[in-house]
Write a protein that binds this ligand. Structure first.
Ligand SMILES: [Zn+2]
Length: 501
């Protein structure tokens, strides 16, 4: 995410300082790893309730215990006359314990029906938890499907977000439809599921809208079916994705495609009324992709692009394969501002999306990397000096640690803070100064390759950096990531932190 925060977006100085938050965690369980299903004549009496959360210390109720989600099928029908959505979400999962009942994360909306493996199940709402009791226990190791029918009003108020979060609902109404924005805990207001990045899954989207409107979603197109004045658009996201990165959008859009590097397809989605002006702006996507793959290695997905939505919101979000921005950003700020923002969201596709944080405290792995490449792109394009930005971050280092905690120990009530963004980028800069540019690039590429499609933790990053650099970096990186004071910057003995005030 890139959020517009006071003091962080400096306009008119030639310096575009941008905050972007990307958060993803993924736990991928290969199908082949599933233990054999217990025979139906087993021990149903041993079934117990699944835990309401996956165990993230910052967000204890996020995700769910007792099962892993393998696939989501999201079917939505948009009715522009009512501006409502009729939805059916089918969650395919594998039980990791025998379940007498289990939870799905779901906030708001009106549930109209629920089945487990086709049988009507009982359910109740408990805050953000949808507590499901199937007609029969689900046995450990077995695969099961939960289908939830519901009605949604994209303009409704939700209570899914932690404090100080730029996003307060997973739904975002636009001039002629809606988009979605789930980071970090608001996918649950769009669809029921296991709303934590460590439970990644593949997705199928089937979105129906009246003729004249276009529906888009993450991944690649998989068919379009016209029927009775409506069209159903299908998309597949086969590479595992965190719930918070889901994008489903309906509106009067023009989809602009072009060949990209590594056999990818560039797909930008713009309001039809703005296609003539935004199309040339978004031509930067190709050069940014080519540049970013030189930093991080091959692009991890089949398609990438920007969705410019006709709504006023002051953030950009790295939805997997389809970054969300406000169309108004492009006219409201100079290219020296929005171009680095786009580089930030693109960098998240490697750092945050493909490799998601194992726990939310690891969010610096998203935002630190994205801010690092955002600043690198700004420097490359002559918008702002990278080293100057790092120097400024260094000066602020102790203040941020005092205010928000160490870089890798954020709190839930201010997850996307300056210390995670530019403070995280500063950690990476310190690492580069310590090991040299060539080894730093090797670390960056190895990280993106080793944990592609899954999750990574801070501990794993420290171990990988040490391995690739052929030196023990545990003490060095632990001080930078968990220290209450900013360590000395290698190569810059003159750099000093401002007094904490
Ligand atoms: Zn970000």
């Amino acid at each position: 995410m890139t959020a517009d925060r006071p003091g962080r977006w400096r306009r008119g100085t030639g310096h575009a300082a941008v905050l972007v938050a990307a958060v993803l965690v993924v736990a991928v369980t290969p199908a082949s790893a599933a233990p054999p299903a217990r025979p139906s004549g087993g021990h149903p009496g041993g079934a117990t309730p699944g835990a309401p959360g996956i165990g993230d210390p910052l967000f204890p109720d996020e995700g769910n215990g007792g099962f892993d989600v393998t696939h989501y099928d999201l079917a939505m029908r948009y009715r522009p006359d009512e501006r409502t959505v009729t939805a059916r979400t089918t969650v395919s999962a594998r039980a990791t314990q025998s379940l007498s009942r289990f939870d799905l994360d779901f906030d708001g909306n009106t549930v109209t029906g629920l089945t487990v493996d086709g049988r009507t199940a009982s359910y109740r709402r408990d805050g953000d938890e949808l507590v499901v009791t199937p007609a029969r226990p689900v046995h450990r190791g077995s695969r099961f499907r939960v289908t939830v029918d519901y009605q949604a009003d994209p303009a409704a108020t939700h209570h899914c977000a932690p404090p100080n979060n730029p996003i307060t609902s997973g739904w975002l109404p636009t001039r002629d439809g809606f988009v979605t924005a789930g980071q970090p805990t608001c996918a649950r207001s769009v669809f029921p599921g296991s709303d934590h990045p460590s439970d990644k899954a593949s997705y199928t989207f089937r979105v129906t809208a009246p003729d004249g409107l276009t529906a888009v979603a993450n991944g690649v197109p998989a068919g379009r079916y016209e029927h009775g004045g409506e069209t159903t658009w299908t998309y597949q996201q086969r590479v595992p994705m965190a719930t918070e990165l889901v994008q489903v959008a309906v509106g009067d859009y023009t989809v602009q495609t072009a060949p990209g590097p590594d056999h990818t397809t560039i797909r930008n989605v713009v309001p039809t009324s703005m296609a003539g002006t935004l199309g040339p702006d978004l031509a930067v996507t190709g050069p940014q992709l080519a540049w970013m793959r030189r930093q991080a290695g091959s692009y991890p997905f089949a398609t990438y692009g920007v969705l410019a939505a006709p709504a006023n919101f002051r953030f950009a979000l790295e939805c997997q394969t389809l970054t969300l921005t406000s169309a108004g950003m492009f006219g409201a700020v100079p290219q020296s501002y929005w171009s680095p923002v786009l580089a930030h969201e693109l960098a998240h596709q490697w750092y945050g999306d493909s490799v998601a944080p194992a726990r939310w405290a690891d969010v610096w792995l998203n935002e630190g990397h994205a801010s690092y490449y955002e600043a690198s792109w700004a420097d490359r394009e002559g918008y702002a000096s990278f080293v100057d930005r790092m120097h400024t971050a260094y000066a602020n280092g102790d203040t941020w640690r005092s205010r928000y905690g160490p870089v890798a120990q954020p709190s839930a009530d201010n997850l996307f803070n300056d210390g995670v963004y530019d403070g995280g980028a500063l950690v990476l800069y310190a690492l580069r100064e310590k090991v040299g540019a060539a080894r730093f690039t090797a670390i960056e590429r190895a990280w993106a390759a080793r944990y592609a499609g899954g999750t990574g933790s801070t501990r794993q990053f420290i171990a990988l950096a040490s391995s690739v650099a052929h030196q023990d970096l545990h003490g060095f990186l632990t001080a930078w990531l968990y220290g209450t004071r900013t360590p000395p910057m290698p190569g810059h003995p003159d750099w000093a932190t401002d007094p904490v005030g």
